[in-house]
Design a protein around this ligand. Structure first.
Ligand code: ZN
Length: 319
């Protein structure tokens, strides 16, 4: 069988505009690119964050929308964080992946020993700056995009509170229960967000393919629906709730590329559902990767992946 490697340079014909973030540099709370919008009334503390990965600009559409319109929450506090600003500022359309981070992945370092340790990197420095705002949040919405085309999804963790939060937002259609990454902790899984008994909850929304205009729309829709669900925004100021019911999927297995010769057999779209168990989907050196059960979802297939990193996750529909 001939292995066909999906082209990761495949992009939508029309591209998401890159937001000029320079006007947002000063912020309003002593940390650059952090904007704290306080209603002056009791209520939840919500953080919406963008460009945790510098090559994923969709979340900027949401932050820019709120700041440009001087939206103020009706309740509680809304904090908008431009995360890996320095990486985003290096963005070069001819090599977008290079802007993902400067020194290390900013979404793999959210653990106490690293944040409080002696290590130094551009990303640790920024994470330490924004940590107090993240830690104070009752709810975090971290906006990302993906390499593969296909459906948007929310990564909700494994605790029931993550699923409940995703249900209250209503978008995107797919909600994934997953355990995160072996090679470092995501902001979504930091501290109280991932503690089953703590009140704080978080969603990482993968809004679509990098630079697809639909990813910007999804970032904005998820943000406005979250705020409306929390009564922080008038219902009329948010898009209507979704018509389609959400689909809940449990990740059962993450497939890491073991060799430098990993290739999918087709260019799978995100959340492709493979009907039959045992269907070959990829080749990793001499190893054939097959689906482990019927109706197996391929969660975030990443066509060009370095050895050791997750190439795809298998997902099973939850009740
Ligand atoms: Zn990301």
């Amino acid at each position: 069988m001939t292995a066909i490697v999906a082209d990761s340079t495949e992009t939508a014909s029309q591209q998401l505009p890159l937001v000029d973030i320079a006007p947002y540099r000063r912020g309003n709370c002593g940390v650059e690119y952090v904007h704290r919008l306080d209603s002056g009334r009791p209520g939840p503390s919500v953080v919406v964050s963008a460009i945790t990965h510098g090559n994923e600009p969709c979340g900027l559409i949401a932050l820019d929308y709120l700041l440009r319109r001087h939206v103020r929450p009706l309740l509680g506090v809304l904090t908008l964080i431009f995360c890996n600003v320095r990486a985003y500022q290096t963005y070069d359309p001819s090599r977008p992946l290079a802007a993902r981070f400067l020194d290390e992945d900013m979404n793999r370092l959210w653990e106490e020993p690293r944040l409080s340790g002696a290590g130094s990197s551009a990303e640790l420095k920024r994470a330490r700056e924004i940590r107090p705002f993240v830690e104070a949040a009752d709810i975090l919405l971290d906006l990302h995009s993906m390499q593969s085309p296909g459906a948007a999804l929310a990564l909700a963790g494994t605790a029931p509170k993550g699923r409940r939060l995703a249900e209250s937002v209503g978008y995107p259609e797919f909600v994934i229960a997953d355990r995160g990454h072996e090679n470092g902790t995501r902001m979504r899984d930091f501290g109280a967000f991932d503690a089953p008994r703590a009140r704080a909850a978080a969603l990482l929304v993968e809004c679509g393919q990098h630079l697809d205009p639909a990813s910007g729309e999804m970032a904005l829709t998820a943000t406005l629906r979250l705020l409306a669900a929390l009564d922080m925004l008038e219902e009329a100021a948010a898009p209507p709730p979704p018509v389609r019911p959400q689909v809940f999927v449990n990740v059962t297995e993450a497939i890491a590329a073991g060799s430098g010769d990993f290739a999918f057999l087709e260019s799978y779209r995100n959340m492709t559902c493979i009907a039959r168990a045992g269907t070959p989907i990829a080749r990793d050196g001499r190893r054939e990767i097959v689906t482990p059960y019927d109706d197996c979802y391929l969660v975030m297939p990443s066509p060009r992946i370095r050895p050791g990193l997750t190439a795809v996750r298998f997902g099973k529909r939850a009740a």
